[in-house]
Write a protein that binds this ligand. Structure first.
Ligand SMILES: *Cc1c(COP(=O)(O)O)cnc(C)c1O
Length: 393
């Protein structure tokens, strides 16, 4: 797909290019498992790939394809493959590139299940893995082996907000003929376009910013080239990790406002980050928009803005985190991110309370760390809630 000439927000609205036979302005929900053929000959053509007629929803469906074309266009990719969840998008990439005797290099603070599935499932099939801090290119150089088949990045990473240098890592990877995949969930294509930075594949948990309304679970993989796209679509079809048409319809609807949602959330996030950084009970704030972020300059070269995700540390550690969680009333105490509502989470007392100390340390999850996904409410209300809860800490 050639880079589209229209602006980002126009592409959000019109990007999929679905022309409805009845003139429906919105791409309808084609809630069907199968599609009828005009004749035996027509069916034969569809199966031979000589016609783009639809056959069966796992292989393709107009509602799903409209979403796929839109997101692929926003990422400047060749094509997209929508999946049932973000994790099925991650697995689609793993299933395409990994196998017995193959090796993956990835960030030690990637999304928990993206690492967990390698160590608990793919290890059974003989896949080897190196989890390292990819924010330091020297670590990546040392980790590459002759059998490395995939470099898998997440930037900014979850929940440390560490930033990896995508262009430099891609150059290094390509000099060894290794493909690079970037999980772009934290940014959305509004803020960062990894394919433009040199990556081969980009993926999203569409559960987060792309849908943006905390009412579906979904994923997508976008390939930079036709060859990679075809390879991965074949895997998806055979594995059966397709998205469902109704889920695709809701996601396509949520996606239309991505630009204004992310812009608004980001404006709020800048105010919240500045408030937190100046608060006496806060030890540190990690947010790409603050000069105190260790990769502040690098972030500016890869991201069009600092985004809506941040983490911060409470001087009072674990107990202070628990107190803060039990005293917020406006910010919603929940995992996930990228929705219209502000979500707050304290991994040490919530999601990671049973994770061994060593594993937490390696992933950069300290006892004092609190993660915020800033929503599109009024910044004053988010700040007022954090201020009153911090007073009780
Ligand atoms: C949520 C998330 C995933 C997994 O997505 P699901 O839709 O929950 O399956 C993967 N990567 C990142 C960065 C995420 O935030």
């Amino acid at each position: 797909m050639k880079p589209n000439k229209q602006g980002f927000n126009s592409r959000l609205i019109h990007g999929g290019g679905h022309k409805d036979p009845l003139g429906s302005v919105i791409t309808p929900i084609y809630q069907t498992s199968t599609f009828s053929f005009e004749s035996a000959e027509e069916g034969a053509k569809c199966f031979a790939g000589e016609s783009d007629g639809y056959i069966y929803t796992r292989l393709g469906n107009p509602t799903i394809n409209d979403l796929e074309r839109t997101v692929a266009d926003l990422e400047n990719g060749f094509g997209g493959i929508a999946t049932s969840s973000g994790m099925s998008a991650v697995n689609l990439v793993y299933q395409t590139f990994l196998g017995a005797g193959k090796h993956i290099v990835s960030h030690n603070a990637v999304y928990g299940s993206s690492r967990g599935v390698i160590e608990s499932v793919y290890a059974q099939f003989g896949v080897e893995a190196s989890y390292i801090d990819t924010t330091d290119i020297e670590n990546v150089k040392k980790a590459i082996r002759s059998n490395t088949a995939l470099i898998y990045l997440e930037t900014p990473a979850n929940p440390t907000i560490g930033i990896s240098d995508v262009p430099t890592i891609c150059k290094l990877a390509h000099s060894h003929n290794i493909p690079v995949c970037v999980d772009n969930t934290f940014c959305s294509p509004y803020i960062q376009k990894p394919l433009d930075l040199g990556a081969d594949i980009v993926l999203h948990s569409m559960t987060k910013f792309i849908n943006g309304h905390a009412d579906i679970v979904g994923g997508i993989v976008i390939a930079g080239t036709e060859d990679l796209y075809k390879k991965m679509r074949t895997v998806m079809i055979n594995v059966g990790s397709n998205m469902d048409p109704h889920q695709a319809y809701l996601t396509r609807r949520g996606l239309k406002t991505l630009g204004i949602r992310v812009e608004r959330a980001q404006q709020n996030a800048i105010k919240v980050a500045e408030f937190l950084e100046s608060h006496p009970k806060v030890g540190w704030v990690m947010y790409p928009g603050l000069k105190s972020h260790p990769q502040y300059e690098l972030a500016k070269t890869m991201m069009s803005g600092p985004g809506a995700m941040m983490s911060f540390g409470l001087k009072g550690g674990l107990e202070a985190g628990r107190k803060l969680m039990n005293n917020v009333h406006f910010c919603v105490l929940a995992v996930s991110l990228g929705g219209i509502e502000t979500l707050i989470e304290h991994p040490a007392s919530m999601t990671h309370s049973k994770v061994p100390a060593e594993a937490k340390k390696e992933g950069g999850i300290t006892d004092d760390l609190v993660r915020l996904s800033i929503g599109i409410e009024d910044a004053e209300d988010i700040i007022a809630d954090l201020r009153q809860a911090l007073e009780k800490v």
